[in-house]
Design a protein around this ligand. Structure first.
Ligand SMILES: [Zn+2]
Length: 410
């Protein structure tokens, strides 16, 4: 059995289980003493809802009748059912997400091996449960001293990829606050503003590529839907999108490293980017990937580099003067400059907010913020007991390291 067949089996299990749940739900639509206008399956009243446990049990029984299910690793199929279960419970929690759908070929892209065989890694190849040895294009050496915990195979436009999760028993202390601090404000005009008065512009990856995308999409319209040329072009567009996403991700990681080069403590504001991206900054914020940067990439790089990362209160950051602490009142979004009526301090609105964020972070970790005065240079004195207060004694714990970058052609 190869990966394509395996994916096909997983998909059929997913769709079957989804149909079963849907049929149960629809059979309960009309009253007991009436018939549905649309034809429905008649399911006895005492049949319980096919939840995860019931379906996993039924799957084990189904293996006796359908021998091809036996070829697939049992846990892989259970993971498929778990994923369906999650889709349903997410829908019940947040109906605006939409009802779970059947998965056509192009909507089923990955599957998981939650438990691995012993000695499953070798130079340039890995051993997958129920498939056997598979050659991979190994992008980097496997880390020494780590135990592989999970494989996930993902299909992207450019090919199949293998992701491996490694675990270490080593306890890694959480980073402690250091000397130099940096506040970061997510801007609208620029990507981010830092408290060292730097504005970093977003390269606008998607906006730049839109022209080429438009040409490709126009060409796609002229092709017959489903023809081989249509499929080829479809794949080309998908590869192009993948390339944009990869370029963006690469840039975001570089920016995160660049910020970590400058400081020991990094403070950001605690923004709900989901609602932010629905508002006026929609297109820019989606193109730049600011939410993922602040919430996922930056904390990860900070942890990796041993830098201290903290989210602080976001309220009024754009309304307070970073020089004298005066509340200047609400600014219109178009007003890009901060001019203080009290001390006449003039600065870009975003870097001013970044400085407020840095000061709040300093207070939160117990450092002293120098007194507000004209042209104040904020130097911070570290205090050992403050550090203890901020980190506590339980600065240890097993960390799980995830490596995303095992690129393989399966
Ligand atoms: Zn002022």
């Amino acid at each position: 059995m190869n990966c394509v067949d395996l994916k096909q089996t997983c998909r059929s299990v997913y769709n079957y289980a989804h149909a079963e749940r849907k049929a149960w739900l629809e059979s309960r639509k009309s009253f007991v003493n009436r018939c549905s206008i649309v034809s429905e399956y008649i399911i006895p009243a005492d049949t319980p809802f096919p939840n995860y446990n019931n379906q996993a049990k039924a799957l084990t029984e189904a293996k006796n009748k359908l021998p091809h299910l036996k070829l697939v690793n049992a846990q892989t199929l259970q993971q498929v059912l778990k994923r369906l279960d999650k889709a349903w419970s997410d829908f019940l929690k947040m109906p605006e997400r939409g009802f779970p759908r059947f998965r056509p070929k192009n909507r089923f892209r990955s599957f998981v091996f939650p438990q691995l065989l012993k000695n499953c890694l070798d130079n340039g190849r890995v051993k997958l449960p129920s498939i056997g040895w598979i050659r991979i294009k190994q992008s980097r050496p496997f880390p020494v001293g780590f135990i592989p915990k999970q494989f996930q195979i993902v299909r992207k436009a450019s090919g199949y990829y293998l992701m491996i999760i490694f675990q270490s028993q080593e306890s890694v202390p959480d980073p402690i606050p250091g000397k130099i601090s940096l506040g970061i404000d997510a801007g609208i005009e620029s990507f981010i503003a830092t408290s060292s008065s730097e504005l970093i512009k977003s390269p606008k990856f998607l906006t730049r590529a839109l022209k080429k995308l438009k040409i490709l999409q126009r060409r796609l319209k002229k092709k017959i839907k489903g023809s081989s040329n249509w499929l080829k072009l479809q794949n080309k567009i998908a590869r192009f999108h993948e390339k944009i996403a990869n370029t963006r991700r690469d840039w975001l990681f570089k920016i995160a490293h660049y910020l970590c080069d400058q400081a020991d403590n990094i403070f950001v504001e605690d923004i709900n980017f989901k609602s932010w991206s629905k508002g006026c900054a929609r297109k820019q914020s989606l193109d730049s990937g600011i939410g993922g940067f602040i919430n996922d990439i930056l904390p990860f790089i900070c942890w990796k580099r041993g830098k201290y990362y903290l989210k602080v209160d976001k309220n009024y950051t754009s309304q307070i003067c970073s020089n004298c602490g005066q509340h200047t009142g609400k600014k219109a979004l178009s007003q890009r400059l901060h001019v203080c009526p009290k001390c006449h301090h003039t600065e870009s609105r975003d870097t001013n907010a970044a400085k407020i964020i840095r000061d709040r972070g300093l207070v939160a970790v117990g450092h002293t913020v120098p007194e507000k005065r004209d042209n104040a240079v904020l130097g911070v004195s570290p205090m050992s007991d403050c550090r203890k207060k901020a980190c506590g004694d339980d600065a240890t714990g097993v960390k799980q390291l995830t490596l995303f970058n095992l690129v393989g052609n399966l």
